[in-house]
Design a protein around this ligand. Structure first.
Ligand code: TXA
Ligand code: MG
Length: 326
């Protein structure tokens, strides 16, 4: 079982960095979700990440760096990348760019693609760890492939504890939903995954983003229908919960009669709802109910990322190739 250290314990970050440099796996908190980190330049360490998550190897990982300067030797930097990174890093934004020919990142980390997703995450523990590690860190969300992302150290320990060396615990993630992924490799920047940074804020700098589903939007390997799925069946519905169903509610007016209820934000605040989403799904999964009914959230700002995750959690799982998830 993985050791767990509080981020504030003296020596915890140094120990985590040393484990990474030796090719080990460290789960660490970012402002979005907990990541399962490995030295991105070490093929064997990266392979262990795929193995631990049971993740198909063609699904590329995001490479984490402490700051903009550390991203530049990895990818072909563009004006748009400069503008977005200067404005939003450290923060919940991943940029997909062509990798440089002499980029030291393992080919396996990017699943053999000619592009690389890079991000400088927020959160003091993540930033200290990346500084101390002194090399790019590949980190998918620290959950088994296809399952709900972790927003607390306990979620990581429960689901992946046997497969990793150390978990750095810094309490609940403040944003709670994964980073927004933007592809800057094409003529028009494209939104590959709505996430913790609302698309509107990016568009204020770049102009309109191409959207998933637009004919010219490149397909992100991670944008598959069934994903972020709790173990229980989940449906999106506004009405009354059916017998035995748990209710994932939002806002002040919620239906009565649910066996168990978790309200993402009683005041109807999408930022608070995003921060609570995955912890609520983890909790309802363990509630003993027969299923989950989720109330829809208005699709503005972070509401879009929340509804994206809920639709994927609700998608028919039998129709999805189980190897095609992350
Ligand atoms: O907030 C986050 O992004 C978290 C924390 C740990 O940083 N990480 C995360 O990683 O959510 P993961 O592996 O669960 O999701 C990465 C997403 C996937 O949808 C993947 O397909 C996409 O990023 N991605 C990564 N590299 C890509 C690339 N080169 N081209 C297109 N999409 C890419
Ligand atoms: Mg993930």
């Amino acid at each position: 079982m993985a050791a767990v250290r509080r981020a504030s314990d003296p020596g915890a970050i140094a120990e985590a960095a040393e484990i990474l440099r030796r090719g080990g796996l460290v789960a660490f908190p970012t402002e979005t979700v907990y990541g399962l980190g490995a030295d991105a330049t070490d093929d064997r360490a990266v392979a262990r990440v795929f193995e631990a998550k049971n993740r198909p190897e063609f699904n590329p990982l995001i490479v984490h760096v402490p700051d903009l300067a550390a991203a530049r030797p990895l990818v072909e930097w563009t004006d748009a990348a400069q503008a977005l990174a200067a404005r939003f890093w450290p923060g919940p934004l991943s940029l997909v760019l062509p990798r440089l020919r002499d980029c030291p990142v393992s080919k396996l980390a990017a699943a053999g693609l000619s592009t690389l997703a890079v991000r400088a995450p927020g959160g003091a523990a993540a930033r200290a760890l990346l500084e101390e590690a002194g090399r790019p860190v590949a980190a998918p969300s620290a959950n088994p492939a296809g399952a709900v992302s972790p927003t607390r150290a306990e979620h990581v320990v429960e689901t992946l504890g046997d497969a990793i060396d150390l978990v750095i615990d810094d309490g609940p993630c403040t944003v709670g939903i994964e980073s927004t992924v933007v592809d800057l490799g094409g003529e028009t920047p494209a939104l590959l995954r709505p996430g913790g940074l609302p698309a509107e804020e990016i568009e204020a700098l770049t102009g309109p983003l191409a959207r998933p589903g637009d004919p010219d939007t490149p397909r992100s390997p991670g944008q598959l229908a069934s994903h972020y799925a709790p173990a229980l069946p989940l449906r999106i519905g506004g009405g009354d919960p059916e017998h035995g169903e748990a209710l994932l509610s939002f806002g002040p007016d919620t239906p009565s009669g649910a066996a168990v209820e978790r309200n993402l934000s009683p005041s109807g605040n999408p930022v608070e709802a995003a921060a609570n989403l995955f912890a609520a799904l983890h909790a309802l999964d363990r509630s003993g109910c027969t299923g989950i009914v989720a109330m829809p959230v208005p699709e503005t700002g972070l509401g879009r990322a929340i509804m994206d995750r809920l639709r994927r959690a609700a998608a028919p799982r039998a129709l999805v190739d189980p190897t095609d998830r992350n």
